[in-house]
Write a new protein. Structure first.
Length: 578
């Protein structure tokens, strides 16, 4: 191939991101010789195998790149598509499009993945159209905010829909169960998925809901800007009101975000960001097309931001289910505004209801407790781990800091030091995976503490039996993040398996210490080791709580009851009008 394996990257990322992006590219094409064209000043040392070409702005830059195509066609081209907000980015994209025609065989995207040229050709054309629409959209916005009076839309009538925040996902199974139970009662209601999750391990409930739900389309820059302009044309007062409503909160998005940004919906670099308001406009457009007038949404972070945009723009009526996500800072937090817009708000525990009511007293009358739940007889007939006369300590869930797994590992080290036989299995994955493995290795616990792959729900009980102890040593994080009521505790109790956790958040609403399970102090490996030493060596202590645990789940954490309550509330509010 001509060009000796050259590769080209148009880099419009800030210097702080240069090293990360260049590593990604070089890993995708390690045998290539890279030419980088930088819209920002590059670092003094860009790294080995990298040549930085000095850019010429606008048309001059484009002509220079096209000239290079005649001399050294590039094997692969990488385009930072999010940086089309720069007025000098349109012509480079045009030039790179021509380079693709001139001999490039593949394009490397921002994640380092290869795509065929045919797929890449369509993208620059859309970007060029977006580049033409963006100045028009900014001009329309400036004129509209200066001249158009704001007016909130009237309540919208129409179909009812459920908004699923993420599908599939290991930690959202309780959401999927509630949604499926509601849809079973109302098959005419719709379900929309806001974000696609990790499909490497998919629970049965996630697979079932995926067959029933449809994703909200993610618009490209040109289609998005056209939608934005059309809303200004068809509902100018609502658009003016929406932007003015959001302006006091635009700086909350993160460092560098403009304060009181009138162009918040036109920051195309954030178009794919789950927390940004532009995704709310995409949702609103989808709801408009589908004729939806009422949505119930799980989550007070990005799902509620998107629903709030639809509410303020179209008059879509909204209700919320919140976990503990209201308790720590997120972009566009706007908790008071979200609760004010909601017809009702469910919380996963009485603890969360009290905390939320104290933070937002005006919304206290809207709050209702709806705890996570499982179907009656959920554990019946499911295979258990074969009983071998030995007890095992089991954790099943995400490997994240709030779960306190480092405390469990330290407790296992103390049990070994005391001579207590210990066999611990941690099933899951997550951001703490490497740190947990390092701690196990450092304490030389590899023979007694094993990390296992995540398991799907239908095989959950194969990890445990009545001789075992399921442990979730939850903790309160410095930023306020915490568990609500871990669902695996409910599932284990439904099977009569002994559970141990901590008195964090709503967990004491499930576990009564010494009656249907046990509670230990959080972040205290000594206390946890003391408790586990007793439970592992005295079977009667485990049997004592088994029947009470089953009764607790059957009486207070029943999915049919929870689903009927939630469906009833949605039905009442969706029929009530304004």
């Amino acid at each position: 191939m001509r060009g000796g394996g050259r590769a080209l990257a148009f880099m419009a990322c800030p210097p702080a991101d240069f090293a990360r992006v260049s590593r990604c590219l070089r890993a995708a094409a390690p045998d290539a010789r890279w030419d980088f064209v930088c819209a920002y000043p590059p670092p003094e040392d860009p790294g080995s195998g990298v040549r930085v070409l000095r850019p010429v702005r606008r048309a001059g830059f484009a002509l220079a790149l096209m000239a290079r195509a005649l001399v050294a066609p590039y094997r692969s081209v990488w385009i930072a598509v999010e940086d089309l907000r720069r007025t000098d980015a349109v012509m480079p994209v045009m030039a790179l499009s021509l380079l693709l025609r001139a001999g490039a065989r593949s394009l490397i995207d921002r994640a380092g993945g290869r795509r065929p040229v045919t797929a890449a050709w369509r993208e620059p054309l859309g970007l060029m159209l977006a580049g033409a629409l963006l100045p028009l959209a900014r001009a329309v916005t400036a004129i509209g905010l200066a001249l158009v009076p704001a007016r909130a839309p009237s309540a919208r009538r129409g179909r009812t829909a459920l908004l699923i925040p993420l599908l599939p996902d290991l930690s959202h199974t309780f959401v999927y169960r509630e949604a499926l139970e509601v849809l079973r009662r109302h098959p005419d209601w719709e379900a929309y998925v806001l974000e696609r999750g990790d499909d490497r391990v998919v629970h049965r409930e996630a697979a079932e809901l995926a067959r029933r739900a449809t994703p909200v389309p993610v618009l490209g820059p040109a289609a998005y800007l056209w939608t934005y302009l059309r809303h200004w044309l068809t509902r100018p007062r609502a658009m003016a009101g929406l932007i003015r409503f959001l302006q006091p909160h635009t700086a909350d998005f993160g460092p560098g975000a403009p304060a009181r940004d009138g162009y918040a919906f036109l920051r195309l670099e954030y178009l794919q960001h789950s927390n940004y308001v532009a995704r709310g406009l995409m949702l609103a457009e989808h709801l408009r097309r589908r004729g939806v007038g009422y949505v119930h949404v799980w989550g007070t972070t990005y799902p509620a931001v998107r629903a709030l945009v639809a509410h303020r723009l179209l008059g879509v009526r909204v209700s919320l289910s919140t976990f503990v996500d209201f308790d720590y800072p997120t972009p566009f937090h706007m908790l008071d505004e979200k609760l004010a817009a909601a017809r009702f708000v469910t919380t996963c525990s009485a603890f969360c209801a009290a905390r939320l009511g104290a933070r937002c007293p005006g919304a206290a009358s809207k709050l209702a407790v709806l705890r996570p739940s499982v179907a009656a007889g959920y554990a019946d007939g499911k295979a258990r781990r074969a009983r071998d006369g030995r007890s095992r300590v089991v954790y099943v869930g995400r490997f994240v800091a709030k779960k306190g797994l480092d405390t469990l590992i330290e407790a296992c080290a103390r049990l070994r030091a005391r001579g207590v036989a210990i066999d611990a299995r941690l099933y899951g994955s997550g951001e703490e995976d490497e740190r947990l493995r390092a701690r196990i290795a450092r304490l030389d616990l590899g023979a007694i503490v094993r990390i296992e792959a995540p398991v799907v729900n239908e095989r959950l009980y194969e990890t445990m039996n009545e001789d075992d102890v399921v442990v979730v040593p939850s903790r309160l994080m410095p930023d306020g993040e915490r568990d609500g009521i871990p669902v695996v505790l409910i599932e284990a109790m439904a099977a009569g398996v002994t559970v141990v956790s901590t008195a964090v958040s709503g967990i004491p609403e499930l576990i009564e210490d010494g009656k249907n399970g046990y509670l230990a102090a959080s972040d205290d490996p000594v206390a946890l080791a003391d408790l586990l030493a007793v439970l592992l060596t005295t079977p009667e202590r485990r049997r004592r709580v088994a029947d009470a645990a089953r009764r607790t789940v059957a009486e207070r954490f029943d999915l049919e009851t929870a689903g009927a309550r939630l469906a009833g509330w949605i039905s009442r509010e969706s029929a009530s009008g304004a």
